[in-house]
Design a binder for this molecule. Structure first.
Ligand code: B12
Length: 285
């Protein structure tokens, strides 16, 4: 077995870098008394994964073959209802050098959608899809705390689905991605009446934005009510977004009373970055 210091010397990196590899689950280790120990075999695997991960990471981030392979492995474990196996696949993907965004965007989200397609086509029983969705919720709550940023947050983002829409899983996933970006997330879950969105806004500190996520087209009228309720109670500086499968475009968002439409989590993340950049530039000048 090797100590952190010995691994740092082998990899020619700082001791704290090795400590981070260990704490982020990229390098398997065991705690003996008060120190971390790494097996030579795990170090060897880490070195070769890192080499191949560096070569393929850009491809994987863009949904290349490597990401699809991980997604297939993840899907097979989820469909079997194998929670530990599903977690092991995500852990292995992390060890291979993937970052948390790639885990969610290239592996977890496409897999959930694929399982949904199979359920819709009748290739999977409904209970299998329900069980897989529950496992995903439990997995993300185990993984994200390792990546959540410490220190002062960048402000509050409210996310939730309107009354009549039960799809809260995507919201939970995107909420975790936002936390990793340093936002304080107030996840209101699914099926929430408009007036409660209004109350949530009223009771928030440092609200930067809120996003109503509509998956079912039948929930669009409620979505518009949620936006109106939030505008009525919220700070004038806050921005309101809509997202989700039932929303279509910027024009559609404006018709629902929102400021912006976002097609997915990455768009929301970059829009929030832009919004806060603009605000800080205005404050400086
Ligand atoms: C899980 C699931 C359920 C679960 C939800 C459990 C939960 N806790 O969320 C349950 C079983 C409750 C359910 C019920 C139903 N569902 Co359903 N469900 C799904 C499934 C399989 C996965 C949804 C999901 O979480 N996807 C993961 C997310 C991340 O993927 P996504 O939704 O594509 O996300 C994209 C955008 O929407 C957006 N996004 C999503 N969330 C967020 C959040 C934020 C903040 C942002 C910015 C963006 C964003 O980003 C993604 C793009 O990159 C989908 C299949 C699919 N194709 O998605 C069907 C699906 C959404 N369901 C569907 C249907 C029809 C139903 C039911 C009517 C089925 C029924 N007959 O009872 C009911 C409706 C209940 C209701 N009133 O809402 C249809 C919707 C079709 C439509 N839009 O009209 C789908 C597409 C399945 C299908 N192919 O027919 N469902």
């Amino acid at each position: 077995m090797l100590t952190l210091q010995e691994v740092a010397e082998t990899l020619d990196v700082h001791y704290m870098t090795v400590y981070r590899y260990v704490r982020e689950g990229m390098l398997p280790s065991v705690r003996v008394n008060r120190s971390w120990q790494i097996s030579r075999a795990d170090l060897k695997e880490f070195q070769s994964n890192k080499k191949s991960g560096n070569k393929t990471s850009s491809k994987a981030r863009h949904g290349g073959r490597n990401a699809a392979d991980w997604a297939n492995r993840f899907e097979s474990r989820l469909v079997d209802g194998d929670e530990r196996g599903s977690l092991a696949v995500l852990e292995a993907a992390l060890r291979s050098g993937k970052d948390i965004r790639s885990i969610y965007i290239d592996i977890v989200m496409p897999t959930v959608v694929e399982i949904g397609k199979k359920w819709h086509r009748g290739d999977l029983d409904i209970f299998v899809e329900h069980r897989a969705s529950r496992i995903v919720i439990r997995l993300i709550s185990q993984i994200t705390p390792r990546f959540a940023r410490r220190g002062v947050d960048r402000g509050t983002i409210i996310i939730g689905a309107p009354e009549g829409d039960l799809h809260g899983l995507g919201i939970a996933i995107v909420g975790d991605l936002l936390r990793c970006e340093g936002w304080r997330v107030s996840d209101l879950g699914a099926n929430l009446p408009a007036k409660e969105f209004g109350l949530a806004v009223k009771n928030s500190n440092n609200l930067v934005a809120a996003c109503v996520v509509a998956t079912m087209s039948g929930a669009l009228a409620e979505t518009a009510k949620c936006i109106a309720a939030m505008r009525a109670t919220g700070d004038a500086g806050a921005k309101y977004f809509v997202a989700g499968l039932a929303t279509e475009s910027q024009d559609h968002a404006e018709k629902l009373g929102a400021d912006y439409w976002v097609g997915g989590p990455q768009e929301l993340i970059s829009s929030l970055d832009l919004l806060t950049q603009k605000t800080s530039q205005t404050t400086v000048s």
